[in-house]
Each structure stands twice: as structure tokens, then as C-alpha cells.
Design a binder for this molecule. Structure first.
Ligand code: PBG
Length: 326
């Protein structure tokens, strides 16, 4: 091979404008969904920082409305809500109460910001006294089919409050069909379902369980969430949710599962969502706050990688911050 015969990839990297011209992946504000924790509190101005998620807090409804407004001024278009109820019980009744914490937050957000896309997480774990995602039998095992009814009730109550997208995260079998049927029956056939289709039993949910006070009181979630070692099984989960009528398929967590995001993107023609979870946020923030990683570059690189892998939209606790840079 003589000089000049080899591939000269550097030609298109020479200037910033050239690099911009050949850039294949771009984050847009509309791709980002910010996660928020809303808490039932007598104090209208309640805000409590979450130690393992620097920069994130639990908010009262009023504080949440103010915070979301500031983020929308910077270009935020979508938010997903997680609720901390005042009381918990074995059946997680707070999840499907019409005046539940998430329902009240949705009503206030939608009346203040009609254009905001409000996504609601459908699960019982934040509302059950035992912290599991469904009803337990006498042996402490989560019962699949009796739980479906409660999930469907939760979805309908959230839609009634004004939610724009319903996002079931419980990992019960058949929940998308149950929720779709209940929504349609209640007059919400126009409301889409974003299913946490491929959700792994991940160590990276640790900070969330502190933030949402939703750690299981005993055992773990391995009986319903997926084994991190499996990808073909993820394809079966996604196919089931697709067949049951999911409008958007999600992979969660994101960074350790980029191959799964790519596989879903190449297999299904629905939009694909990825959830960069609390532990991914905590990991980056710990390094950033130690001065070990450059804040802006590392956050943008992580999110660009998730998008490059095939995600059309990303749930991330970095959304508010990233908007300043786009
Ligand atoms: C509810 C739910 C969880 C998360 C989102 N919805 C917790 C869990 O499954 O244990 C985790 C999100 C995060 O870690 O940021 N089931």
C-alpha cells in the first residue's frame, strides 16, 4: 500500500463545522423525559433533596409545579411522575385513589401547563406496605392475575386525572392487554401505553428505592423482573407487549443494556424508549462531583450513546440540565 492509498478518516474531522456536517446522532429537547418524585405533604413548600441523587428532590405538588415550569422555560416537553403516598397498605390502594398523590399532581400540572406531556408510572410498589409490585399470596409471592385488575384501575384513574401516556412498570404478565382494555372501556382509547417491556432486576434502581421509598420489605423482584443475563427473553417480553397493544416499548436500565435497545429498534416499528435509571444518574454524579469526569461532556456522551443505540426517547434525571446545552 503506497502513501495516500489508505482510508483518511481525519479529513472529515478537521473542523467543528465539518464534524457537525457528518454527525449521525443528535439529542433534541423533545427526546427527553424528566423524572420527578412527588410527595404527599401538609407543607405546600416541601422539598427534600435525595442524598444518593444529587440535584434531585422529593417535591410537594406546589413545588413540583414551580420546578416543572422553570424546566419548561428551558424547553422541557415531557415529565414522568412517581408518587410517595402518606399511607401504604397491602393492596396499594393509594395507587388507584382518584385523589392519590400522582392523580392530584397530574391534575395540577395539566391545568397549569396543558401542553406538557405527562407520563404516569403504573406500579404498586410505592403504595404497598410490603413494597412489592403486586398483591401477595400467603407465601409472600406476587400474584399475577389478581394484580392486573389493580394495575388497570391505576391506569384509568391516572388517565381520568389527565395523564397523556400510561407507563406500566410492574412486569406482571398480561398487564398491557388488561390496561388497554380498561382504558378503552373507560373512554380513553386515545391514550397511548408506553410499556416497560424489557425491565431487568437491576442493582441500578437502588437510589430510586430510597427516593420513592419503595424497597421491598423482604426478598427481591427477581420473580417478576428480568435476569440481566438474558436478551432473547427480552425479545419475547417486547413481542408480547407489542401484541397486546403497547404503543411505545421501553428498555430499562439503559447504559448496561444498549444491545437490547438496538435489538428492539431493529425488530419493532414502534417508537423505542430507554430509561437511564437512578443508579446510572448516581454513578455519573458521584464521579462528576469528585472531579473525576467532565460534567457536560460525560452526561452528553452517555445520553448520545443511548440515542445512538436506537432509543427515540430517553427518560433521564439529567433532562432539565441537558436542556441548557442543546
Ligand atoms: C416501579 C419503578 C421502579 C423504577 C421505575 N419504576 C423501581 C423498581 O422497579 O424497583 C426505577 C427507576 C430508577 O431507578 O430510576 N416499579
Amino acid at each position: 500500500m503506497s502513501i495516500g492509498d489508505f482510508h483518511r478518516g481525519r479529513r472529515l474531522r478537521r473542523t467543528s463545522a465539518l464534524r457537525g456536517m457528518v454527525r449521525e446522532t443528535e439529542l433534541r429537547p423533545a427526546d427527553l423525559i424528566q423524572g420527578y418524585f412527588v410527595v404527599e405533604s401538609g407543607d405546600r413548600n416541601f422539598e427534600k433533596p435525595i442524598p444518593s441523587m444529587p440535584g434531585q428532590s422529593q417535591f410537594s405538588v406546589d413545588r413540583l409545579v414551580a420546578r416543572v415550569g422553570a424546566a419548561m422555560d428551558k424547553g422541557l416537553t415531557a415529565a414522568i411522575l412517581f408518587g410517595l403516598p402518606e399511607k401504604k397498605d397491602p393492596a396499594g390502594t393509594g395507587a388507584y385513589a382518584d385523589d392519590g398523590i400522582v392523580q392530584r399532581a397530574v391534575m395540577r400540572l395539566k391545568e397549569t401547563y396543558p401542553d406538557l406531556v405527562v407520563v404516569t408510572d403504573v406500579c404498586l410498589c410505592e403504595y404497598t406496605s410490603h413494597g412489592h409490585c403486586g398483591l401477595l399470596d400467603g407465601h409472600g409471592e406476587v400474584q399475577n392475575d389478581p394484580t392486573l385488575d389493580l394495575l388497570a384501575k391505576t391506569a384509568v384513574s391516572q388517565a381520568r386525572a389527565g395523564a397523556d401516556i400510561i407507563a406500566p412498570s410492574d412486569m406482571m404478565d398480561g398487564r398491557v392487554a388488561a390496561i388497554r382494555g380498561a382504558l378503552d372501556g373507560a373512554g380513553f382509547s386515545h391514550i397511548p401505553i408506553m410499556s416497560y417491556a424489557v425491565k431487568y432486576a437491576s442493582a441500578f434502581y437502588g437510589p430510586f428505592r430510597e427516593a420513592a421509598d419503595s424497597a421491598p420489605a423482604f426478598g427481591d423482584r427477581k420473580g417478576y423482573q428480568m435476569d440481566p443475563a438474558n436478551v432473547r427473553e427480552g425479545l419475547r417480553e417486547a413481542a408480547a407487549d407489542f401484541a397486546e397493544g403497547a404503543d411505545i416499548l421501553m428498555v430499562k436500565p439503559a447504559m448496561p443494556y444498549l444491545d437490547v435497545i438496538r435489538l428492539l429498534r431493529d425488530t419493532f416499528d414502534t417508537p423505542i424508549a430507554a430509561y437511564q435509571v437512578s443508579g446510572e444518574y448516581a454513578m455519573l454524579m458521584a464521579a462528576i462531583n469528585n472531579g473525576w469526569l467532565d460534567r457536560q461532556r460525560s452526561i452528553l456522551e452517555a445520553l448520545t450513546g443511548i440515542k445512538r443505540a436506537g432509543a427515540d426517547m430517553i427518560i433521564t434525571y439529567f433532562a432539565e440540565e441537558v436542556l441548557d446545552w442543546l
